[in-house]
Design a protein. Sequence first.
Length: 303
Amino acid sequence: MTNSKLLEQFRSFYFRNFPDDMETQINYFSIFGGLGWDVDTSKPLTQLIEELILQNFDTLNEKIEQLTLNEPNNKRLLSALAVGDRKIFSAFKRAGLNNGNGGGALNYLQEKGIVQIEYSRESEANKISKHRISHKVLFTYPFIRFWFYFIYPHIREIKEKNYNKLFKSIQNKQNSYTSLVFEELSEVLLNYNLRDAQIISSGSYWDANMEIDILTVTDKMEIYVAECKWTNHRVNKSELHKLEEKCLKLGIKPFQIILFSKRGFSNELKSMQSKDLALYSSDNFEALLKNALNSTLIKSFIN
């Protein structure tokens, strides 16, 4: 299912700030997306985090507390979802919650539009013994995930104006953090390119043994599988082989394999492009801005 709200936010961020390239757009959007503020993307991220977030910490923290009712269970669950594997049951465990109070917190966060459920596509027939299918959770606004990924764990130090551990954490984990937003946007781009087809199922796939970043099925039963790599090196042929092995184990024959990469691909992999293999780098995300030249600036969660 195409995430139309994320697409609206992505377009709104671009037409508000006009970053120089799509890598910058994705990097900065993953942090400030949904905040609805002007962001000078010519400045380094660390400088903007200090100017826009840390210098406005009290205002933003007050809004977060309003959104969460300042309820510890809500905030612990959001933190667990932000840094974990997004699976509901493991997030409950990480947050120290049970199915009762964890379920109550999750229901509230859904009702407030802070998160949405990504339902497992593993069929009951494929369940292994004693394996409990767990759905996953996506954040509606990238900024709120950023807050609970980086800010919330260091909130005491931040209140004391001590930012050293925060910036060290951002330096070490930024690519890992951005990977999920890149994956979500990659699904949006794939489905945009398949807009003439009728998509009957789309999203990530996971079961007890494996995960695939994107698995999309059309009404013609054409299967598209994709992996997304937000790293500072070019993707090579080994990533293709890994995805092919996953498809073989899952018993599916993809109509097309797609690889998404922050920094492009090896020459060997580029030479293999065909109707069976598509390669997308950051620059290709400009396609999401087409037919949106008059995109309105949407309201943020703090309005």
